[in-house]
Ligand binder design. Structure first.
Ligand SMILES: NC(=O)c1ccc[n+]([C@@H]2O[C@H](COP(=O)([O-])OP(=O)(O)OC[C@H]3O[C@@H](n4cnc5c(N)ncnc54)[C@H](O)[C@@H]3O)[C@@H](O)[C@H]2O)c1
Length: 467
């Protein structure tokens, strides 16, 4: 949009008003009004990178390729020099995309570390149960790391990685991408600037959206907490992380209720079949019909590795629905993840937070309510509104981005800078600050299963840790 057109729009009035109130006339607000999203939140300590950081991609699946794609978009900053993935088509796709030589395409992460160090860093985006070993091996070999969340499936393994990072001094960035979204960055700035006074309490909701729930936590790879990780860790460690970050004080006590109410055998409708493709009598009226979700609506197809030729998709999707879990009836799965849960937290500074994860909703995006001593904030991940108690004035920030909140590549930018400058403080989600979100999640799951109130302890005497 041209400056002239921009000035004629009402938006300028808002920005001038804000400037008058001396509240939010910062560059990032003004830049966002101009649509200069890439300039928004530019870190003052970012430097021009003269030699691209080199990284090895371990796990070229859905998430790994999103992060690695930063190299395609920013070749001056990052180069992917190798890939490891046992899945042949995925490995071939990465080889082609990043123009890799055959000898730098590995079938297993272990092969990467059989060679002397040949890159600055590794990106670990394998499944939850395959984070610890590659991460420890990478740190031992002298690599810095970008590690997908969850850090590891057990508290013990999380602490081992933290300890190894501390011993080696290498950087481990955790993909808590919400911290890098314009929405939460701006929220944090407003809170830290004291605009609502002291935080008294927080209500934070994570609406998963029912199709997303069915896809990932009923049919998908996180359907069972015994084979994957508990949903409060797998899905909601982002949220425990954000709450801890905003509160800016260690968590002390955690309590959780939650269960699986709907996606159970008992709720299988009469006439339903093992698979939606087996002639299910209620397929046409079922909100979870796999034929509707994947074949007719073509949602969430990234799990199928379809060919480039879209004319083949109908056949390929149908084949996948007949042989993978994505075609199975949501009421006849071997799932056990709760479809609703609440976590109550008490922080050391007295702040209380109530978190709720909800699957039975038609929408996504976090919902925020922050109660402060001088004002409050209400938001929905596209915008938030602050009300000042004294003046009753309301100020709004509009921060709509992509469906994942716009955090993925903003995190990559900070991670690349942290590696290039060898300064983990450039990264908001290093393992040192990210681990607490996981400890809260482990405590919550323990509380849910045992009906107890759990205390969160950052330092566990059973594992000696350096400061
Ligand atoms: N940060 C987020 O918001 C976010 C969102 C979704 C998932 N995740 C996490 O990202 C991770 C990956 O999830 P995904 O959806 O990309 O899964 P995915 O299955 O698409 O990708 C994982 C890849 O790892 C590969 N792999 C398996 N064994 C391997 C081995 N021995 N060596 C190297 N590679 C191997 C698989 O073949 C697969 O391609 C998970 O831990 C998940 O919880 C994070």
């Amino acid at each position: 949009m041209s400056l002239r057109k921009f000035i004629t729009e009402r938006k300028i009035l808002r920005s001038l008003n804000l400037a008058k109130e001396n509240v939010t006339h910062r560059w990032n607000e003004i830049a966002s009004l101009f649509g200069l999203q890439d300039d928004v939140f530019e870190h003052p300590r970012h430097i021009k990178i003269h030699k691209p950081v080199t990284a090895i991609l371990i796990g070229a699946g859905h998430r790994g390729m999103i992060y690695a794609d930063y190299a395609t978009k920013n070749p001056d900053e990052l180069t992917i020099v190798a890939v490891a993935d046992p899945d042949i088509p995925r490995r071939a796709r990465a080889k082609l995309k990043f123009e890799l030589k055959k000898e730098f395409c590995f079938a297993d992460w272990k092969q990467v570390f059989e060679r002397p160090k040949f890159a600055d860093a590794v990106i670990i985006a394998t499944s939850d149960d395959l984070h610890t070993q590659p991460c420890l091996a990478a740190l031992d070999a002298g690599y810095d790391v970008l590690l997908e969340k969850p850090i590891a499936p057990t508290e013990h393994e999380c602490r081992l990685i933290l300890q190894k990072a501390s011993e080696t001094g290498q950087i481990v960035g955790v993909c808590h991408v919400l911290r890098y979204t314009p929405y939460f960055r701006q929220l944090k700035e407003v809170i830290d600037a004291g605009l609502i006074g002291n935080i008294i309490s927080i209500q934070h909701m994570e609406p998963i959206e029912q199709i997303h729930m069915s896809h990932s936590y009923v049919r998908g790879q996180w359907k069972n907490s015994n084979t994957a990780t508990p949903i409060v860790l797998a899905k909601s460690c982002h949220d425990t992380d954000i709450i801890r970050w905003l509160v800016n004080s260690p968590a002390h006590d955690v309590h959780c209720f939650g269960n699986l109410s709907w996606f159970t055998n008992a709720n299988a409708p009469e006439g339903s079949t093992e698979r939606c493709t087996d002639g299910c009598k209620v397929e046409a009226s079922c909100p979870y019909s796999a034929l509707q979700i994947y074949l007719r609506d073509r949602q969430r197809l990234y799990v199928f590795d379809l060919s480039n030729d879209k004319s083949k998709w109908d056949r390929e999707i149908l084949e996948n629905l007949k042989k993978t879990d994505y075609g199975r009836c949501v009421y006849r799965m071997d799932n056990n993840q709760p479809d609703h849960l609440t976590v109550n937290m008490l922080f050391e500074n007295g702040v209380t937070a109530a978190f709720s994860m909800e699957a039975h909703v038609s929408y996504e995006g976090r919902r925020t309510r922050i109660m402060g001593s001088k004002g409050d904030i209400v938001g929905n991940m596209e915008m938030f509104r602050m009300t000042d108690f004294k003046t009753r004035k309301q100020t709004s920030w509009k921060l709509k981005t992509d469906p994942h909140g716009g955090g993925d590549h903003r995190m990559m930018k900070d991670w690349v800078q942290a590696i290039a400058q060898q300064d983990k403080t450039l990264l908001s989600s290093s393992i040192e600050v990210s681990i607490e979100s996981h400890l809260i999640a482990f405590a919550a799951e323990k509380s849910r299963l045992n009906r107890t109130i759990e205390t969160v302890r950052l330092f566990d005497s059973s594992i000696p840790m350096k400061a």
